[in-house]
Design a protein around this ligand. Structure first.
Ligand code: IVH
Length: 688
């Protein structure tokens, strides 16, 4: 058809029925398949109305209405090429681009030194920029007809020709199917990015390597997509066909139409660095991966005047973040036992900087994944760190000659034989093999208890049941020494670990990098080693001296008793590995003399209790002594300075062995005093 189509179509009543039907079919095809309206709506309505009048049951009418989706994979020609973006990585490069825009705006052939001028220009509306995250997904074009109906969704493809993905795109709740109202006769095109939200990806991260490829595969799938296409989401960042004057007005219009729009800011050039830093800092909480920010001239007229290269528009630039994927060397595979007994492989790698953070460990998810990767120490591996997800090993780049890692036959935590179980991923995908401890109940409780005990003993605020559970589950902490290896990057991706919590937890850990010996001994979790005993031991020397003490040394010390002494010696021996590991991170210091000998009123006192104490329990009484600067012993020795006697034991016919011993020491000229409990409590705390 040539010339003005409306003219030819002026009087549709003269057309044959077949001509009407044929033309209607052509127009429907153009309209729905290519989002193209060759005639004004009024003409289309006239053709359709005439056919309806003549033959209301004509098959051509039945086809009218519902858009016909193309087949996935059908080629779609873009009305306007989908270009790429120019890139920069530094503030200087950003300014160079910005000065170039100014040079273009003022029709200058080359820009010598425009620094001051560029700064002045940046404060004008023409120099304004829009900044928004550059989402690492798949570019997608959505075409809407004049009635505001979504008629075509297409991938970017090579920029000119993309692939039809309409059927799957309709399943995204963030892809608007029907625009509220459309005043644009030629239809509208919305462009944006389709991505897989990271919380969704986290559910399948042990089966799929990267969210972008998974999103692409799912969107393009004809049938049997790997995941529900409804999991995908769309962020709109461009609007074509509405002739709006600025990028900001386009973003506002898109939001008004019901699209999700990435958070954006209108900035002037000197604020670009702050915008970059701000978006970067917000990344851990984002549901999408961003590989940088996009800066665009806000003024569309100017951007259009600057034009495009074959590759990118001149009025926009992508300022890229530091790489979040890099290669490094695998040092070893650590097997971490979770609370449920699941044993998860973790890659320990040579430090590598990813998105500005140093990474030394990366998850390997499960046994199947380890086998799929086929890892061995010395392999050069690619590590990827995505926002919201713990760094993981993506692939082996260059294998070493070493034998591939095999799973442990015995639980690294409790020594029970391991077993391999197949676990369904619950999403219809293939089952994955999981390594399990043979006796999870006992293995796990013990570990959790010891970690909790350590945290409580050192008063690590915030390390309650839930946090400790999560740390064990995520394979971040097998024992207290692992606490000191934790980094913000380890903690941030964990569920409900906000920036403030992460900061507080790490602050608490830092505080315990220097610990006084008695607290350190108590924190080890040796049953016989409570606060007062630890104080006693600490009064005899430093940690090395305490570790070197024999059964006799300890038993003689305030006559702790053979049983207690034996328990302490074997406890310290059992915990030798933990103590060594802790000493790599923790400085154990002697308590200040004032505290050890006690700056308080009981300084220098070594107090032992006997008999029934009516006002408080024995433990509380001992703690009172310690608080007041004294030492609380469990049995009477030559060093005891005071025996506090409860009940009516002083007058009893058969005194306790402690009382007998104290009297014997007194008779031999010892310095030990004997005091009634009520008198003692009245003296030290003002009430009996
Ligand atoms: S503006 C000429 N804004 O980045 C293209 N693009 O490297 C103008 N992208 O294929 C695009 N997030 O799909 C723009 N906020 C954003 C973006 C964004 C991601 C993608 C886009 C394009 C690629 C260019």
């Amino acid at each position: 058809m040539s010339g003005d189509p409306t003219k030819d179509l002026a009087d549709v009543r003269t057309w044959t029925t077949d001509a009407l039907a044929g033309r209607l079919a052509d127009l429907d095809e153009a309209y729905h398949r290519r989002a193209n309206s060759p005639v004004p709506d009024a003409v289309y309505d006239r053709i359709k109305g005439e056919l309806l009048r003549r033959d209301p049951k004509h098959p051509a009418l039945a086809a009218v209405g519902a858009p016909v989706d193309g087949e996935p994979g059908d080629k779609v020609e873009h009305a306007q090429a989908m270009l790429s973006l120019d890139k920069c990585t530094t503030l200087d490069e950003f300014w160079a681009w910005y000065r170039g825009c100014l040079a273009g705006a003022t029709d200058r052939a080359n820009s010598p030194r425009l620094d001051d001028e560029a700064r002045a220009w940046s404060q004008t509306p023409l120099g304004a920029l829009v900044a928004l995250p550059k989402i690492d997904g798949l570019a997608c074009s959505l075409r809407y007809d004049a009635a505001g109906r979504l008629v075509r969704a297409a991938t970017r493809g090579d920029g000119r020709i993309g692939e039809d993905v309409t059927a799957n795109a309709r399943k995204l709740s963030t892809v608007v199917q029907q625009l509220p109202a459309n005043r644009f006769a030629g239809g509208l095109e919305v462009r944006g990015e389709i991505y897989l939200p990271l919380s969704r990806f986290a559910e399948v991260a042990d089966t799929y390597a990267n969210p972008r490829n998974l999103a692409a595969g799912t969107l393009k799938a004809k049938d049997n997509p790997a995941i529900d296409p409804g999991w995908l989401a769309f962020f709109a960042y461009d609007l074509l066909g509405a002739q709006l004057p600025t990028e900001s007005s386009k973003l506002e219009a898109l939001a008004g139409m019901g699209f999700a729009v990435p958070s954006w800011r209108r900035v002037c050039a000197p604020e670009a660095q702050a915008a970059f830093d701000g978006f970067d800092a917000a990344r851990p909480a984002d549901e999408f991966e961003a590989d940088g920010i996009v800066l665009r001239l806000d003024d569309c007229g100017l951007a259009q005047r600057l034009g495009v290269t074959s590759h990118h528009p001149r009025g926009a630039i992508a300022w890229k973040y530091a790489a979040s994927a890099d290669t490094t060397t695998l040092q070893s595979v650590h097997w971490s036992v979770a609370r449920t007994g699941t044993i998860t492989p973790v890659a320990l790698v040579a430090p590598v900087s990813l998105s500005g953070a140093t990474v030394t460990r990366a998850t390997l998810h499960n046994l199947s994944n380890l086998r799929r990767l086929g890892l061995a120490p010395g392999d050069v591996v690619e590590i990827v760190r995505r926002g919201g997800v713990i760094p993981h090993v993506e692939r082996v780049v260059t294998p070493s000659a070493a034998p591939r890692c095999a799973p442990p036959t015995h639980c690294p935590s409790c020594g029970t034989a391991t077993r391999v179980v197949a676990r369904d991923d619950g999403k219809g995908g293939k089952a994955v093999e999981i390594l399990m401890c043979g006796d999870p109940a006992n293995c796990v409780t013990a570990r959790q208890r010891s970690l909790l005990h350590y945290c409580q003993a050192l008063e690590l605020e915030g390390f309650g049941d839930k946090v400790v559970e999560t740390l064990i589950d995520q394979g971040l902490c097998d024992n207290p020494a692992d606490l000191y290896e934790l980094t913000a990057e380890d903690l941030r991706p964990l569920p409900r670990f906000g920036e403030i919590l992460v900061g507080n937890l790490l602050g608490q850990i830092t505080r315990t990098r220097r610990v006084e010996l008695p607290a350190f001994l108590v924190a080890l979790g040796i049953a016989a080693l409570g606060k007062s005993t630890a104080q006693l031991l600490a009064s005899r020397g430093d940690l090395a001296a305490v570790r070197a003490m024999t059964l006799d040394d300890i038993a003689q010390l305030h006559s702790l008793g053979d049983k207690t002494a034996a328990a302490i010696v074997s406890g310290l021996r059992d915990k030798a590995g933990l103590v060594d590991a802790l000493l790599r991170h923790v400085e154990v210091v002697q308590p200040a003399a004032a505290e050890m000998a006690g700056a308080g009123p009981m300084a220098g006192e070594v107090v032992v209790f006997t008999g029934a104490l009516s006002s408080m329990g024995r433990r509380d009484a001992q703690q009172l002594v310690v608080r007041l600067g004294g030492i609380a012993g469990d049995s009477v020795t030559a060093e005891t300075t005071l025996l506090v006697v409860g009940g009516d034991e002083l007058d009893a016919a058969e005194p306790s062995s402690k009382l007998k011993k104290a009297r014997k020491l007194q008779a031999a000229g010892g310095a030990i005093r004997i005091e009634r409990a009520d008198a003692f409590f009245f003296r030290v705390q003002g009430s009996p």
